[in-house]
Design a protein around this ligand. Sequence first.
Ligand code: FAD
Length: 311
Amino acid sequence: MPSANLVLVNDSSATLAASLTSAHYRGELVVDAELAQFTTWRIGGPAQLLASPTDPADLLLALRWARDKGVAWRVLGNGSNLLVRDDGVRGLVLRPRRALDTLQVDGSNVRAGAGASFPTLANLAASRGLSGLEFGAGIPGTVGGAVVMNAGWHEHELSRVVERVTFADRDGETSEVPASACAFGYRTSAFRGRPGIVLGCLLALTPDEPASVRARLDEYATQRRRGQPTELASCGSVFVKPPGDFAGRLIEQAGLKGERRGGIQVSAKHANFFVNLGGGTASDALALIEYVESEVEARLGVRLVREVEVW
Ligand code: FAD
């Protein structure tokens, strides 16, 4: 028998919301919130509870509430590397944009809250003449998502400028994790799949002429617009780069550019981007991903590995 205060995850959304509110949660709470509006692919069914806490204390309160009640929970950044299934997710989705949105510059260091926009951070650094984040202006995630994914562009990666990460574990206990313990790798880190919340990070940037930093940032943005279908909804690269090759090149070589399932299409501009032409669903996207995986393997003998995370 469950203990008296255990709120089962299949309790109705309204019951869960009432329980969290009575635990003195102060932030915004939306019941059965459609997640499509919170993902860059514009795809995704409802979350039972979507919580946007007011400040860090409110965020940790919600986290501890979920632990105490046995409610499943996840963290949503800007939803730019996510495919949320059409039937949505059970339990609590924590969206710490507002709770963790501070950016503080101190000399050549920047302390960045996990909820801040990564492009905003890159632009702030450029305006202060701090180099090291020029690649980030076109990566539409949050700082937290960029840390978890070790966001990067060509030879640039966020890990190169991270000094330490502030992390709250599933009990809400916070710690400072030095970069050497973050296990950064290609599009991964120690925080990927680890229960907890990245609260922020301390970055060490390199002073440079503001005009030079801005010129590099603008050049990367131009390259991106030229090579990627930035005008259409997507999750960025669907697959990680296979060793010594490019997923987009393999998909194109397999003759799959333009392949379409429902509203989702392999972009004619960049074959590793699957764009939502309007009305695309998670089922369409998954069907296309699975088809591309099996065709590339059958025709070229390479098993593509997904970068996009499926919820
Ligand atoms: P989400 O997609 O919301 O979440 C991703 C994962 O991080 C999930 O597991 C989530 O639970 C977790 N997470 C998010 N925030 C936190 C937190 N605070 N604490 C704990 N876990 C958290 N990526 C690149 O690396 N390079 C690129 O050049 C690039 N280009 C892109 C271009 C486009 C047009 C798009 C749409 C995407 C692109 N991406 C790129 C992918 C994406 O923007 C990055 O992976 C980004 O870092 C994801 O951040 P997010 O906040 O959107 O995370």
